[in-house]
Design a protein around this ligand. Structure first.
Ligand SMILES: [Zn+2]
Length: 331
């Protein structure tokens, strides 16, 4: 089952809850043998028709399932629906909206929204968090607002600054076709410097446009400015074309799938997009298995206690606007 061709193939092999759980047990535990998440004991009894286990350690005796400690924990959603959502959210080039997923899975939009947010957490667990070490391209983009011509922002005279109040700035770093996106509160030199220092190793080469903020990084990186204001787009062998070209993916995702993304949640969408981009060379099946591996790990408490069907609408109201149709643009 580690080499299925498509979603149909996956579902044919995992037709129900028990088969999905047993598959996940084999995937997570050595030889599929259960390990108690509370005491570490390997002794357990299957209960509830095989869905869960009861720890065999007399000092523990706790009940658990293979889902404890993963993003699928504490939800009433069948594991097969999670697998379908995982497959769609990680493999579909532009992602899947909560409205679409709700229809495809026959769940409410609120449930679909909750699932997608957990899945985005998974995608944020990717291995791109390593520091960038070599020749790194850096660039900013601006998301949201009403200025449809934002892609022409490089032509805006510097005197107007980069403090676009109606837009959210995102810093992009790229190396060897791998990208990392970070939403920023502003485009102050200090903000940019802190993000780069945290993610780019000292001594690396940073290629960016000639925006002043990057000059402040001298001493940490070797800075190669590419002077866009003079119409120059490469500096010797160095260019920022990779990261600049990447912004069109962000634009397409926002316009094509999500329509509107609140500033509060933008970072998660950025992680979703960069996860798919960074794993673009994998086959769908390989990406599914990699994603399943990333389902492991601590969920923030807030996410864990969030019910799959929140009674309080307030929390997710903002992002339910995902269904649009309103515009979102990037540069
Ligand atoms: Zn135990």
């Amino acid at each position: 089952m580690n080499n299925f061709k498509n979603l149909h193939d996956l579902l044919a092999n995992l037709p129900d809850e028990i088969s999905c759980r047993q598959y996940f047990e084999q995937f997570r535990w050595e030889d599929g043998k259960p390990i108690c998440p509370y005491c570490g004991s390997g002794k357990a009894y299957r209960i509830e028709k095989g869905k869960r286990f009861k720890c065999g350690n007399p000092e523990c005796y706790k009940k658990y399932s293979v889902l404890v400690g993963t993003i699928f924990e504490a939800s009433n959603i069948p594991l097969q629906k999670w697998f379908i959502a995982l497959y769609m959210a990680t493999n579909h080039k532009r992602g899947v909206s909560s409205c679409q997923l709700a229809r495809d899975l026959n769940v409410t939009q609120k449930t679909a929204w909750f699932m997608l947010h957990r899945l985005r957490h998974l995608m944020g667990n990717g291995d791109i968090k390593k520091p960038f070490t070599d020749v790194v391209q850096a660039d900013e983009a601006f998301v949201g607002g009403k200025n449809k011509n934002r892609h022409a922002d490089k032509k805006v005279p510097k005197s107007k600054g980069r403090a676009y109040q109606d837009k959210t700035p995102v810093l992009g770093l790229m190396q060897y076709g791998k990208v990392m996106l970070q939403v920023m509160p502003d485009t102050q030199a200090e903000t940019i410097r802190d993000i780069i220092k945290a993610n780019v190793e000292k001594g690396a080469m940073l290629v960016s446009d000639d925006y002043d903020a990057y000059w402040w990084l001298r001493g940490h990186c070797f800075h190669v400015p590419v002077n866009h204001s003079l119409g120059v787009f490469t500096s010797g062998a160095f260019t920022t074309n990779g990261i600049e070209g990447f912004w069109s993916h962000l634009k397409r995702m926002i316009i094509g799938t999500y329509f509107q993304i609140s500033r509060k949640h933008l970072q998660r969408y950025c992680e979703e997009l960069s996860y798919r981009f960074n794993t673009r060379k994998l086959k769908d099946c390989e990406r599914f298995l990699l994603s399943l591996k990333h389902s492991e790990g601590p969920l923030p408490y807030k996410m864990l206690v969030q019910k799959s069907l929140p009674l309080n609408h307030g929390q997710s109201q903002e992002n339910l606007q995902e269904k649009g149709p309103t515009e979102g643009t990037t540069s």
